[in-house]
Design a protein around this ligand. Structure first.
Ligand SMILES: [Zn+2]
Length: 494
């Protein structure tokens, strides 16, 4: 309408101008018609341009968008917003939005006004609401925030349409005869939900599915809920380095309860010879008069030999050299695992933990834990084993000092040093110092795990380096009894 008015006014002005000019110059009328036609075409051209510009300034348009951010293990926050990308304002109550979220994404927490309904494109979680306030051109407003759990990393489709006072958006939505919409004509938003997690064992971020690393192995009563996300490769490696053997190494811890042990020791054969054997012994069965030794394996040939040919066996209470090394690798993993776990619990970001773990001291201990080649300058790890003093102090500080406890305490109080002290079963204590240049204002952090069905040892003496040994006479032995070497019988047995 405006363009027509503008055109008329321009034409009228032209006519008045022509009349004035022809009054003074009679030759004007002679040239009038050729001039008129050329001016007419130019006029149409200008009018078209003006009307195009005017229609652009009145374009009505709105669109929906979504952004996703990770907020936990496989949990993402989806924030939906509507943008007025046209030139005309929407008034309040003029936009009715509808979204269809991929049904594979599980909703976390309550989402009011939501139903799951089947759609042509699989199941979707549907949500809708009326935008209560106006939306001015160029403005964006948040309309919906939901938490979803993604089953795996990947791309997920979300569909939408906006029903407004100016029609449906996006344009071109096709309706079914029964009132529904053709899904492929709705607005489509694709979100990439990539799960990233930090693996303290390889000190890297990953975007595949994490595995659970119980840094205190469950086989030695590590609590179920204390774990960190780690990559599969690191978890497998950590199992093979330490976790698979720890139960046997710390056999003494459960021996007092179960009287079952798997161990390596010296065996005395019927003919008086001594040999190193791996064996498995079950005392309750021995008391019932059954076969108490499940097996004897020759350490050298790894061949099973009949238990009836072994007269007695002797094994140490403390850990031998090889066991000490494996144990230290395990302690290294438990120590830095507890460090990462407690820092995470305190809300320290993965970025800072990664920075801390990148320092030579922790990086080298991580390599040691996983038996990976260390190419940096050689580092002497300040492990201190057999710490009866640490045992007594930590046990005294436990909520229940009458039962067995696993404790790991991390002290940040000294400058440039992280001191980690711990004990397992109130029987094995250790201390590990790690030099540190990252500022952490946390004091002392502590993990205390009570093992309720295991009473505390009567005498708090660290077993790691114990010189004691235990001798067992095989109840199934048949034949002539050889003489037991001197020093085999433990003083406690006599
Ligand atoms: Zn890893």
């Amino acid at each position: 309408m405006i363009e027509l008015l503008v055109l008329s006014v321009l034409a009228l002005l032209g006519l008045i101008g022509a009349m004035i000019v022809s009054y003074y110059d009679p030759s004007f009328l002679r040239d009038f018609w050729p001039n008129f036609f050329s001016d007419f075409f130019v006029g149409i051209l200008i009018a078209g341009l003006v009307s195009w510009l005017l229609s652009r300034s009145k374009r009505v348009s709105a669109k929906m968008s979504v952004d996703a951010s990770p907020v936990g293990k496989s949990i993402f926050l989806l924030r939906f917003s509507i943008e007025n990308n046209g030139r005309v304002s929407f008034n309040s109550d003029e936009i009715y939005w509808h979204v269809f979220i991929d049904g594979n994404l599980g909703m976390v927490g309550d989402l009011s006004c939501t139903v799951t309904r089947p759609a042509e494109d699989g199941y979707h979680t549907y949500s809708e609401d009326l935008l209560r306030h106006p939306l001015f051109p160029g403005r964006t407003t948040n309309v919906l925030t939901v938490r979803v759990r993604a089953p795996r990393s990947g791309k997920y489709n979300i569909y939408y349409y906006l029903s407004t006072a100016h029609g449906l958006f996006p344009k071109g939505i096709k309706e079914h005869a029964d009132g529904g919409f053709f899904f492929d004509t709705l607005g489509k938003m694709t979100v990439s939900l990539i799960m990233t997690y930090y693996c303290f064992l390889c000190n890297e971020n990953h975007d595949d599915s994490p595995t659970e690393e119980h840094f205190i192995p469950r086989s030695i009563n590590g609590p179920e809920e204390q774990w960190l996300p780690v990559c599969k490769a690191s978890n497998t490696r950590s199992n093979s380095i330490f976790d698979n053997d720890v139960r046997d190494i710390l056999y003494m811890a459960r021996h007092q309860d179960t009287k079952i042990l798997k161990r390596t020791g010296d065996a005395l054969l019927g003919d008086g010879t001594l040999k190193r054997y791996k064996f498995s012994y079950d005392e309750p069965r021995a008391l019932e008069g059954e076969d108490a030794f499940h097996y004897f394996f020759d350490n050298e040939s790894n061949k099973k030999i009949p238990s009836s040919s072994v007269y007695a066996i002797k094994f140490s209470v403390g850990l031998d050299q090889k066991e000490q090394e494996t144990f230290c690798r395990g302690l290294a993993k438990m120590s830095i695992g507890a460090l990462a776990y407690l820092l995470r619990k305190e809300g320290i970001q993965s970025r800072k933990i990664k920075l801390l773990f990148s320092q030579t001291s922790i990086d080298s201990i991580r390599h040691f834990a996983l038996k990976l080649p260390w190419l940096g300058t050689p580092i002497f790890h300040r492990f201190s084993l057999g710490r009866t003093d640490v045992l007594s102090r930590l046990q005294r500080s436990c909520k229940n000092p009458l039962i067995s406890n696993h404790v790991i305490e991390i002290n940040f109080q000294e400058k440039k040093l992280i001191r980690i002290e711990g004990m397992l079963y109130s029987k094995y204590g250790w201390q590990l110092d790690l030099s540190n240049n990252v500022f952490i204002d946390l004091g002392v952090l502590r993990l205390e795990n009570a093992i309720s069905d295991m009473s505390a040892p009567e005498d708090l003496r660290d077993l790691t380096l114990s010189p004691d040994s235990i001798c067992i006479i095989n109840p199934q032995y048949r034949g002539q009894k050889p003489t037991i070497p001197q020093g085999w019988r433990n003083s406690r047995d006599d």
